[in-house]
Design a protein around this ligand. Structure first.
Ligand SMILES: [Zn+2]
Length: 281
């Protein structure tokens, strides 16, 4: 065989070994392409469950009495009573088949009720978990169907469609009685953020709830329980007012949240808080 490189001619005779090596190289390259594209697909597929980063918590949404301004903020519509120390444990981005039942086990053991801001597409996937939440007295709130920022924040109509779709999914799964009729914006919506979406909620009489303290379990892919416990304590100390709304996650990768939960409950019980759910009165 003759080949020409930079004007110079070379000749060589390919033997069996050369053909094997060349063949192996082609298979290796093809495999590389295949694995790469599979990996890309699985990351996209898992994006709702595992790798969500919420915005870092900002200052507490003030729990002030209504001043006459229309608002969709749950804690402005239902301000806390003076001197009542309440903590609302909230879990976003579930229900997952593996982690959520373990969270429910811990809550049952401590006789504590929580609020689950669920994703409609996971409700369709894990309806039995929704049924259990409802049966055990938890509140099931709405966190959109897809959690896909590009779609849900493409227009207020798109967000409303996602909210309605999720509400239907919860009802179909047997969680209708426990439906809280409250939403949480994916990524939150503090102060003036997402103003046109809040306006849409006012027009449709749907309150939303942010959070004012957190465990930080969505900030790394592999959170450590002891870090979550100390973050929960630390972040709750910055809260002005008496109601704590604790942000946690029960997506499939959040085993650390299960491990941290008993200590978190024991700590806030010790601090004199009672546990309540966020649910439309
Ligand atoms: Zn979320």
């Amino acid at each position: 065989m003759r080949i020409k490189i930079n004007g110079r001619r070379y000749s060589f005779t390919p033997n069996k070994n050369t053909i094997y090596v060349a063949g192996a190289l082609v298979v290796f390259i093809l495999l590389g392409f295949l694995l790469h594209s599979c990996n890309g697909w699985s990351i996209r597929g898992a994006k709702y469950e595992d790798v969500l980063l919420e915005y870092p918590v900002k200052q507490v949404r003030p729990c002030i009495a209504p001043d006459g301004t229309p608002t969709a903020d749950y804690f402005t519509i239902y301000p806390p009573k003076d001197g009542d120390k309440v903590i609302y444990l909230t879990f976003d981005d579930g229900p997952s088949a593996n982690v959520t039942p373990k969270i429910l086990d811990v809550l049952k053991k401590y006789r504590v009720k929580a609020t689950f801001f669920v994703l409609g597409h996971l409700v369709d996937k894990n309806p039995e978990v929704i049924e259990r939440m409802a049966k055990e007295g938890h509140a099931i709130a709405n966190h959109t169907y897809t959690h896909d920022y590009d779609y849900i924040y493409s227009s207020p109509e798109a967000l409303l469609e996602e909210i309605n779709r999720t509400k239907d999914a919860i009802t179909n799964a047997g969680g209708g009685n426990a439906y809280a009729d409250v939403i949480r914006f994916p990524g939150g919506a503090f102060r003036d953020e997402r103003a046109e979406y809040k306006q849409m909620l006012i027009e449709n009489d749907i309150p939303y709830a942010n959070w004012n303290c957190m465990t930080g379990d969505s900030e790394t892919k592999t959170p450590i329980a002891s870090d979550l416990i100390s973050r929960a304590k630390r972040s709750s100390k910055n809260v002005k007012g008496t109601s704590l709304v604790m942000l946690m996650h029960d997506a499939g990768a959040k085993q650390a949240s299960v491990d941290a939960l008993p200590s978190i409950i024991e700590y806030f019980k010790g601090e004199g808080y009672r546990f309540d759910v966020i649910k439309r009165k």
